[in-house]
Design a protein around this ligand. Sequence first.
Ligand code: CA
Ligand code: CA
Length: 244
Amino acid sequence: MVKTIKLNLLFELLFIFLAALILTVTVLLFFSSLKVVSSVGQESNPLGNLGIGETAPSDTTPPSVSVTNPLDGVSVSGIVNVTADASDSSGIAKVEFYADTDMIGTSSSAPYFSAWDTTVYPHNSLHLVHARAFDLANNVASSSGVFVTVLDITAPSVTITNPANGSTVPKNSIVTIQASASDVSGINKVEFYVNGILKCTDTTSAYSCNWKVPKRPNITYTLLAKTFDVAGNTSTSTVTVTSK
Ligand SMILES: [Ca+2]
Ligand SMILES: [Ca+2]
């Protein structure tokens, strides 16, 4: 009887020991599986080739950049294609183009270029064009500047504001022909013509011409204002009027 009880106790102790062993192994396996997951996570990291504690070599060298068009000292006009060469060991992120302190545009892939509208500048004005290149590590380099002279090839604007197109004018009277004219480079003069004959030349704003309307009624006249900007570009505005 006593022997049987001892044997039962022995079996119970063995069972508890085995249960504890299984629990311990299960817990160990669980945590080791977590480690596997975390190391897999590291493998997918872009810096996975680096060992623990290592960092990527940082790029501290700025790119090389130069403006390839326009050339230094040339004259330009209209829309100019500004181009640059840029290179860097870690790669170019973008190239910015400047005229004086104004940004012309940004180019993010080779060939690097930007369209520069020079029609906003006055005739014979001097401008400094340069490029700034950024590498992928955000190092910046500025190119040498190129000096260019902008020539105005854009016609001025002009409009006859009086008399109105298609209106009648009193015969045998003085009618003041008025015109508004403007240009980024400035207006040199406005010429006023009646049926092709030059009547007045006005060099200062407001531009006008006193025209003596002939005595005959029911005559149609073509009034024309021709304006010249300081670069010699011209444009015209015409109206027709009838004497009454
Ligand atoms: Ca670099
Ligand atoms: Ca002009």
